[in-house]
Design a binder for this molecule. Structure first.
Ligand code: TRP
Ligand code: SF4
Length: 403
């Protein structure tokens, strides 16, 4: 097993086209680190794009390409992480359909983004079945890969919560098997040696005292055991908590601790605000944008002192500059010792350097789009294998013919 404890991580992004520095510092940088710690699956959620915009689908292929080039430019390594496109793996659609049968409408209507987005995106038709079912599609995306962790931003935590509820409901409905207890007891013996006693002790501590740490330890004990079969592992995991097999384990959201990246106008950097600097922005354009970026409005004149805490440029310093530079900027600002352009200079240098690195890494993929297409095809194959294994068990549990 290549990655730590063999745990899996899965996350996805919509094909929004070229990514910006907010996407990079908000999510991507974190993915790049995770790929060396876990077995990672990262995908472009192209079907998700259809849930909020179905009229014109023609820009989607190019948008997928741009996103993936940005992933590669940021340092995602297709030799380490599995990178793929959702629609290349039709298993997502089948699991979505099967889960839809057991999903109460209220669960979907209660997801905060359902009402919020309908209010915010008034110019779009969001009165569709697809839009209502979008958190369910996301649940299928996740559960197919049985990840331990799903790195997401704050706005997506509610979706992972729905995913967990669905997994629980599915296991409860379809994880029942005749003679479950006998089979589970037999599986315990397969753990071997002192793990048998340890499993029993931890299980009792959880069931009798609700000891969550004991449950965690017992799970780790089962998951790290290479002697038991997959079916027995699921029984043992399920037996810890109740009387059904865990077919779809519950994933945990992995809240990315990342800075808020301010956009050029001081609001959060976001494509919909038109205040972004692209990860592969033309350097001259980046310099121009940064030179005119919003500062503390109190510094109308060069001689007016400012407050770094009220300045979006200083927020960028916090991300990009070392502490000596931050101190220099803060003090110069408060005493009007430096002008805003002086303050921006080291920042501009760092950002242009960062963008330059990304542009350089992206070049070979821009020149050879077939390299990107090929690595996505390969990633899709690998993802399908994993997805297929889960789906096979789902079908079996539901008495649908496994293929
Ligand atoms: N809904 C996510 C977003 O809008 C994208 C997404 C789709 C996703 N499927 C996922 C994220 C599965 C994590 C896991 O950003
Ligand atoms: Fe912002 Fe720097 Fe200008 Fe102060 S000196 S207002 S921190 S840009």
């Amino acid at each position: 097993m290549s990655a730590v404890e063999g745990k899996r991580v899965l996350s996805g992004m919509r094909p929004t086209g070229a990514l910006h520095l907010g996407n990079y510092h908000g999510a991507l940088r974190n993915w790049v680190e995770l790929q060396y710690q876990y077995e990672c699956y990262f995908f472009v959620a192209d079907w998700h794009a259809l849930t909020t915009a179905y009229e014109d689908t023609s820009p989607i292929p190019q948008a997928i390409h741009e996103v993936v080039v940005d992933w590669l430019a940021a340092g995602l390594n297709p030799g380490v992480a599995t990178l793929f496109v959702q629609s290349h793996v039709p298993e997502h659609a089948e699991l979505h359909l099967l889960l839809s049968m057991i999903t109460p409408l209220g669960w979907l209507e209660r997801v905060p983004s359902f009402k919020d987005q309908q209010e915010q995106l008034r110019d779009k038709d969001l009165a569709t079945y697809g839009f209502l079912g979008y958190p369910l599609l996301q649940s299928a995306d996740i559960l197919l890969y049985r990840p331990a962790f799903v790195p997401v931003g704050e706005d997506q935590v509610a979706h992972v919560e729905v995913t967990r509820e669905l997994a629980r409901r599915f296991n409860h409905l379809f994880g029942r098997e005749p003679d479950f207890e006998q089979k589970a007891e037999r599986a315990i013996k397969e753990l071997g040696g002192r793990n048998i006693t340890l499993y029993r002790q931890l299980r009792r501590r959880f069931q009798e005292a609700g000891d969550a740490a004991a449950l965690e330890r017992a799970r780790a004990l089962v998951e790290s055991n290479t002697r038991v079969t997959v079916a027995d592992r699921e029984r043992l995991l399920g037996y810890l908590e109740g009387s059904s097999v865990t077919i779809l384990p519950e994933p945990q959201p992995l809240l990315t601790v990342s800075p808020r990246v301010p956009g050029l106008d001081g609001r959060k950097m976001s494509k919909s605000y038109g205040n972004t600097i692209a990860m592969r922005e033309d350097p001259d354009s980046a310099v121009r944008k940064l030179r005119t970026m919003q500062t503390d409005p109190a510094r109308a004149r060069r001689t007016d002192p400012g407050d770094p805490d009220k300045c979006p440029v200083f927020e960028l310093h916090r991300i990009y500059s070392d502490s000596a530079t931050q101190q220099w900027a803060a003090e110069g600002c408060r005493t009007a010792g430096i002008g805003c352009l002086d303050c921006k200079r080291p920042l501009i240098e760092r950002i242009v350097e960062e963008i330059g690195g990304m542009r350089k890494r992206a070049q070979e993929f821009q020149d050879n789009p077939e390299v990107v297409a090929n690595l996505l095809a390969e990633g899709g194959e690998k993802a399908r294998e994993t997805a297929h294994a889960t789906l096979d068990e789902v079908r079996r549990a539901m008495h649908l013919r496994p293929q």
